[in-house]
Ligand binder design. Structure first.
Ligand code: ADP
Length: 235
């Protein structure tokens, strides 16, 4: 129930935003998807989640083609986009109920309470989303991504803008979710990668420049810090 990407590309006019990338992501492992701004991370994630059509290439989510079985593939995906678009006028529970209904979930009230508890939203659960701090909004974003218990989680900078306490909470949650799901997470925080990722892909100018386990990439680079390796491969 993982992700398999083959020669995936997305061009904008003459620019190859994503240039024929191939990789696999496996269940029970967290894959850190790294790269400088503009490298093609969000574009890749948006193609995998069906929000953007590839120019060429193919990908499978839980053995379903994103091109020919898009709806089936989507059922297996939980997606937290960058700058999560949330309905700020809705109450937390109202929003999660709404998302749950779109997935036609059974025992929805119970599931909404369950995800609220999982992401640590309990103290803020009666508020409107617009009244929440960035950290709690991010938790609502995560809650909507996991409400249908997907096999695959695609998280675009899930901890950006969080304070250090919130960071630790959300990282622990992602780590826990990663035990039995396939997780891809993009981030600029190398400490975060060291703390939660099993595998690393570094993308630069639309091309993959490293694809290894966290241990493997360090071994291959004389145990340099990830920050040094990142700069070496993308500067
Ligand atoms: P990242 O997420 O790694 O920061 P993106 O995937 O957002 O990178 O962007 C990759 C490249 O594609 C960038 O150079 C960006 O300017 C370009 N790009 C993204 N979306 C569009 C678009 N809608 N039209 C034109 N160029 C785009």
């Amino acid at each position: 129930m993982g992700i398999s990407v083959k020669n995936l590309s997305r061009h904008y006019d003459n620019q190859k935003a994503v240039d024929s990338i191939s990789f696999d992501a496996k269940p029970g492992r967290i894959l850190g998807f790294l790269g400088p701004n503009g490298a093609g991370k969000s574009t890749t994630m948006r193609m995998l989640t069906g929000y953007l059509k590839p120019t060429s290439g193919e990908a499978e989510i839980a053995d379903k083609s994103i091109l020919t079985q898009a709806i089936e593939a989507k059922k297996h995906i939980g997606y937290l986009p960058e700058n999560t678009p949330l309905y700020t006028d809705m109450y937390v529970k109202e929003f999660l109920n709404f998302v749950g209904q779109t997935y036609e979930l059974k025992n929805l009230a119970h599931r909404v309470d369950e995800v609220i508890n999982m992401v640590g939203l309990t103290p803020e659960q009666h508020k409107k989303i617009g009244m929440l701090s960035k950290g709690y909004r991010q938790r609502v974003g995560l809650a909507q991504a996991i409400i249908h218990n997907p096999d695959v989680l695609i998280l675009d900078e899930p901890t950006s803008g969080l304070d250090p306490n919130q960071l630790i909470g959300i990282r622990a949650l992602i780590k826990e979710l990663g035990k039995n799901k396939t997780v891809i997470i993009s981030t600029h925080i190398m400490q975060e990668v060291e703390a939660i990722c099993d595998d690393i892909i570094i993308i630069n100018k639309g091309k993959i420049v490293a694809n290894d386990s966290l241990d493997g990439i360090k071994k291959a680079n004389n145990q340099d810090s990830l920050e040094v390796i990142f700069r070496k491969l993308t500067a």
